[in-house]
Design a protein around this ligand. Structure first.
Ligand code: M6R
Length: 594
């Protein structure tokens, strides 16, 4: 989703802004622009399309500037709708992430007062509101106008003849990079890491002023506040491709390490959260997209290991559901910690009186401020839009939580817990075995590339994995695919099965295996090509066109291994089709609007 960068310091700003914007490319965008404070004015250049279409040779020298990559919400991608926006006098320039819900009313009022607008965006009202309300101090002006905005925002504004950048945030990410003789702002840490590894995270409602040698922050009540400076312990290399053609492939290959890091220090004793202080007799897990699929797997894990009833819900549905008298312990899962729907769901759960806990991969991300407890997944930065290693580590954390809850309520025997720990410890090696077979898995893609529709089916704990496999393929290979519980095919989707409709079927040797074999037989009878993923079995081999086997693990741990196969299938299919794997069309890494 949109990216913001800003710089004020002793160096020439143009190249710094472009570099920062490139570091945020993974978020997805459709237009880009910069504003540079120059002698006696503000230079603005913006364009529909890629960052490279901005003409750096035309940039003036300057030490203060802001840049933006836009992901269209209000108004189509165009030069006019790209940020930054200026007011009518050209004294100010502004970039904005988020959505201003009441922009129509604000715009009408501003037009009545004589303001002329150049774009269809909601964001442009901010530049005009600044002009309209400016009384000599940009910080005071911004403090004043954020009170008029409804919605979500990260705002950065610069002013003619000033070396300050004034910023504000509410429900949209914004970090300050604290340097020496220079300070930066950005939507995400990678954009400042070339210059500093010390950052301050703003809180909702904060307004701040940044100059080359100072950072001043005020909270939503207008009180001057300090925000902790956090040292980032990963570097740009961690967030770069390291020889892989795509971030997605690199991140798939990082999974053995990601699993290992997520287990580190947690297997023998789990100290992240003391669950004994909470009522955990009923659990609800809320999230979106891939994180929702992790939540669905989590439901099976928690019910199996800890025998605690658990539901998984989509954040965008939960927040509009009716409150009930049950107050389940509520777990929010979000890789980025910035997904607007999941953050809103966290607030809603709290408001209803539930105790809340987030599972996220990003330190100090917005969701961490909304919940009672946080567990970090330790996957390292994930840049590819398609979530891969973070799904895997979300499952790892869910296994750990389930074990902890099971030990606490005596539903999990100590000796069984020890077996689970041993299985978890072995997972990185099993994943490595699958990654070593990636060339064989790649060959199977021949059966998928020409398809218009593909089904993914599974049962029980592997049903959500089928959903995830289908999502990954749609997202990066642009092939329509649907995940189904295998038992449901005969209730409608059977009508679609032909020899041109491949079915990817997950079969592991659990209590559903025989039923699954029956389902595979029914599918084979409709001549659909079958790609089976799971445990070795003679009958299955006979029925399927291709069987990809996973290392032998108890069924409960199979989702992690099966999913690695499905990730590779999606990746290589998208590769064969020459798709923009790391930045699929119309998508953004973190969806910070509703
Ligand atoms: O950052 P989050 O986990 O909250 O993101 C949720 C979804 O937007 C995300 O998982 C999305 O579905 C992925 N791009 C899928 O690969």
């Amino acid at each position: 989703m949109c990216g913001i960068v800003g710089y004020t310091g002793i160096n020439n700003v143009g190249g710094i802004l472009l570099k920062g914007l490139k570091r945020l490319e993974y978020r997805g965008y459709d237009s880009a622009g910069v504003a540079i404070v120059e002698n006696n004015g503000i230079y603005v250049q913006k364009t529909k399309g890629r960052i490279r279409e901005l003409d750096e040779d035309d940039f003036p020298n300057g030490n203060v500037g802001i840049g933006h990559t836009r992901w269209a919400t209000h108004g189509k991608p165009s030069d006019e709708n790209a940020h930054p926006f200026s007011d009518c006098t050209g004294e100010f320039a502004v970039v904005h992430n988020g959505i201003i819900d009441n922009f129509v009313t604000l715009k009408e009022e501003l037009i009545k007062k004589g303001h002329e607008f150049t774009s269809e965006t909601d964001s442009e009202v901010i530049a005009h509101l600044i002009e309209e309300n400016y009384q000599g101090d940009l910080v005071e002006t911004l403090k004043n106008i954020v009170g008029m905005l409804r919605g979500s925002y990260a705002i950065c504004a610069v002013q003619k003849d000033s070396n300050r950048i004034v910023i504000a945030r509410d429900q949209s990410p914004l970090v300050i990079g604290v340097g020496v003789d220079e300070n930066l702002i950005a939507s995400d840490v990678p954009a400042v890491l070339d210059y500093t590894n010390e950052v301050k995270y703003l809180e909702d409602g904060d307004v701040a002023e940044i100059s080359s040698n100072g950072v001043h922050i005020w909270d939503s009540l207008g009180n001057a506040v300090e925000r902790e400076t956090v040292e980032i312990d990963w570097n740009l290399e961690d967030a770069e491709k390291g020889g892989y053609e795509h971030y997605m492939l690199k991140e798939i290959y990082e999974q053995p390490k990601a699993i290992h890091d997520s287990l580190l220090g947690r297997l023998v004793e789990f100290n992240d959260v003391d669950f004994k202080q909470y009522d955990t007799r009923f659990i609800r897990i809320i999230s979106c997209g891939t994180s929702y699929h992790a939540a669905l797997v989590g439901k099976y894990i928690i019910e199996e290991i800890a025998k605690i009833p658990c539901t998984a819900e989509l954040a965008s549905e939960y927040r509009y559901s009716s409150p009930s008298e049950y107050l389940p312990f509520t777990i929010l899962i979000s890789q980025s910690g910035e997904t607007a729907d999941t953050i809103a769901a966290a607030k809603e759960a709290k408001q209803r009186g539930c105790k809340t806990m987030a599972i996220t991969n990003v330190m100090n991300s917005s969701i961490t401020r909304e919940v009672d407890e946080v567990i970090y997944t330790q996957a390292g930065p994930e840049i590819g839009v398609a979530a891969t290693k973070t799904f895997t580590t979300q499952l790892i954390v869910l296994y750990l939580i389930a074990m902890e809850l099971g030990l606490n309520n005596n539903k999990l025997l100590r000796e069984n817990a020890q077996d689970y720990r041993d299985e978890l410890r072995r997972l990185p090696r099993h994943v490595k075995v699958l990654l070593d077979q990636s060339e064989d898995i790649r060959k199977v893609c021949e059966k998928l590339v020409d398809a218009d529709d593909i089904f993914f089916v599974g049962r029980n704990i592997n049903y959500p994995v089928a959903l995830e496999g289908a999502l990954k393929l749609k997202e990066i290979a642009y092939i329509h695919s649907a995940g189904y519980p295998a038992g449901e095919l005969k209730h409608g989707p059977f009508a679609l099965l032909t020899e041109n409709t491949p079915v990817v079927a997950i079969l592991v040797k659990d209590h559903t295996f025989e039923k699954m074999l029956g389902n595979i037989g029914e599918i084979a009878a409709r001549s659909s090509p079958i790609i089976a993923v799971g445990d070795h079995d003679k009958e299955l081999k006979k029925l399927s066109d291709k069987l990809i086997t996973i290392p032998s693990v108890p069924p409960m741990f199979s989702p992690i291994l099966v999913n690695v196969v499905l990730q590779l299938l999606a990746y290589y299919t998208a590769y064969e089709l020459d798709c923009a794997i790391d930045k699929p069309r119309n998508l953004a890494k973190s969806v910070t609007v509703e």
